[in-house]
Design a protein around this ligand. Structure first.
Ligand code: T3D
Length: 265
């Protein structure tokens, strides 16, 4: 049984870089998700939403795994909720918290991402994988269906044909193939993953926060928009972005040939 005294989700904040890091921390169980861990994960994203010093977030795993999905031992234990309830009340809020977070999330995929762990990776805005990482939908291997947004993210990231193969065959894929399929944006040597993720997150944190938040929202909204609706939505959010002090600062910085200093106003 999981040891409740151990903090299974760690949150670290680097105010100088503007970066918050969320680390799944059950390395002995490959960061498999328990009920307290799922609740802590939602709380972590909500906390980072409130933290003014944080402008970009990293999600990663402790040890050799990113996340092996649902803790299967916990599910077999007494008091496990019916699956529909578990998904609705414990998994979906994580994915909603991630997609609703007005700050970009960089997934630093350090090792295996299986089942709901693969869904967590897919819910990040930017995915950087270690060359030691593997991905597996895995749900089918225990007689379940992809959840936590996997059926929504997967075809959008890799296309319908590849999504069907990954979701129906449940075979593990290596980091290099994940990059080739579009499941991750880039693969780096394992030893460089943390540095690379921090560097990307710091670059995001130095950007104009409102514009980044609106861009994240628009990219998600575009999946359900036709071209006309997307064009109108862009006009609306451009109007909002154009009224920020950061827009004025970006323009001034361009004319003055200096780096902009975005305040988030
Ligand atoms: O609530 C609900 O159930 C609904 C939601 C479902 C969402 C899902 O995520 S369903 C899919 C659940 N995940 C899986 O089916 C993956 C199960 N794990 C594996 O297939 C393999 O462990 C991996 C491919 C991920 C890694 O293989 P390998 O050989 O590198 O490691 P290992 O030896 O299998 O695992 C190391 C330890 O982690 C081991 O513990 P031990 O024997 O040393 O004490 C293993 O039992 C534990 N572990 C790995 N995955 C899980 C796990 N323990 C509990 N739950 C796991 N998912």
């Amino acid at each position: 049984m999981p040891d409740d005294s151990v903090q299974t989700v760690l949150v670290e904040i680097d105010p100088a870089a503007g970066v918050g890091t969320v680390t799944l921390n059950r390395p002995d169980a490959l960061n498999a998700l328990t009920v307290p861990m799922k609740e802590a994960l939602v709380a972590a994203f909500r906390r980072l939403d409130r933290e003014k010093a944080v402008r970009a977030v990293i999600l990663t795993g402790a040890g050799r795994a990113f996340c092996a999905g649902q803790d299967l031992r916990e599910r077999l234990g007494p008091g496990a909720a019916p699956l529909g309830v578990e998904v609705r009340e414990r998994y979906n809020p994580i994915i909603r918290a991630m997609r609703g977070l007005p700050k970009p999330i960089v997934g630093a995929i350090n090792g295996v991402a299986a089942g709901a762990g693969a869904s967590l990776a897919m819910a990040c805005d930017i995915r950087i994988a270690s060359d030691a990482a593997t991905f597996a939908l895995a749900f089918g291997r225990v007689g379940l269906v992809p959840d936590s947004g996997a059926t929504w993210f997967l075809p959008r990231l890799v296309g319908a044909a590849r999504a069907a193969e990954l979701a129906l065959l449940n075979e593990p894929i290596a980091a290099a193939d994940a990059e080739r399929f579009g499941l991750v944006g880039r693969v780096v040597p394992a030893a460089e993953l943390a540095t690379e993720a921090r560097s990307v997150a710091a670059r995001l944190a130095a950007g104009a926060p409102r514009a980044i938040a609106l861009t994240k929202r628009a990219l998600d909204a575009a999946w359900s928009h036709d071209l006309d609706a997307a064009l109108e939505y862009e006009a609306q959010i451009q109007d909002l972005a154009g009224r920020t002090n950061d827009h004025a600062e970006g323009m001034a910085a361009f004319l003055e040939k200096r780096a902009p200093r975005f305040s988030g106003d």
